[in-house]
Design a protein around this ligand. Sequence first.
Ligand code: PXP
Length: 241
Amino acid sequence: MTAPLLGVNIDHAATLRQVRHAAYPAIKEVVEAAEAGGADFITAHLREDRRHIQDADVPAIMAASGTWLNLEIAAVPAMVEAACGWQPKSVCLVPERREELTTEGGLDVKGAAAAPAQAAAAALRAAGIEVSVFVDPDPEQIDAAAGAGADAVEIHTGAYANAANEEAAAREYALVAAAAAHGRAKGLTVNVGHGLTLANVGRLRQLDFIVEYNIGHSIICDALFCGLPQAVGRMRKALGL
Ligand code: PXP
């Protein structure tokens, strides 16, 4: 198996900037520092409420990056149209509620989000952009993501990451593992993300077919103590990279 890729989500570097409507930290320097530490690519979520990443950040990230951008967006026409214009390498379709603290669950692609996800995937793929869908570890959601035309699924690891004790973590891990195996069997690229830390990421490495790890909050927090390149390096080490 080839080594997985670490996508560093820089949303919360932009959060620090936006809480003061400041010009710093400059997104260019954030991208450069993450890549200096070994980020294989950069992930950013352009939320409807623009609480962290701003529209102008998207081309700025792409210009600064020596790797590529994985852009997270809601499956709504305005976002899809903007993404088709920016041409990131990949787009991850995520659910969005304005009042949520963070992305709280996967996209309900087998339910209410089926038609929007299908339309978004068709438009993005026609623009040459790879499409992944962020889903809960549920085989039916994975089947629906494949049916919607996704190239990849990103399995939501939040319930695993936030498990209150080892028993719950083992249970949630088993769900992620089963969903990941299901996605692989369907021929999808299987990625993971949300809530991953130095302490909990290692267990996922048993799933040696996972292609991308998308990790943000814990790396930005760790960077307060050791600097962003070092924090990315520490996560790479935790992933055995
Ligand atoms: N993957 C997706 C689809 C996300 O929405 C997020 C959070 O924006 C992440 C990964 C990264 O999660 P965290 O910041 O908890 O590492």
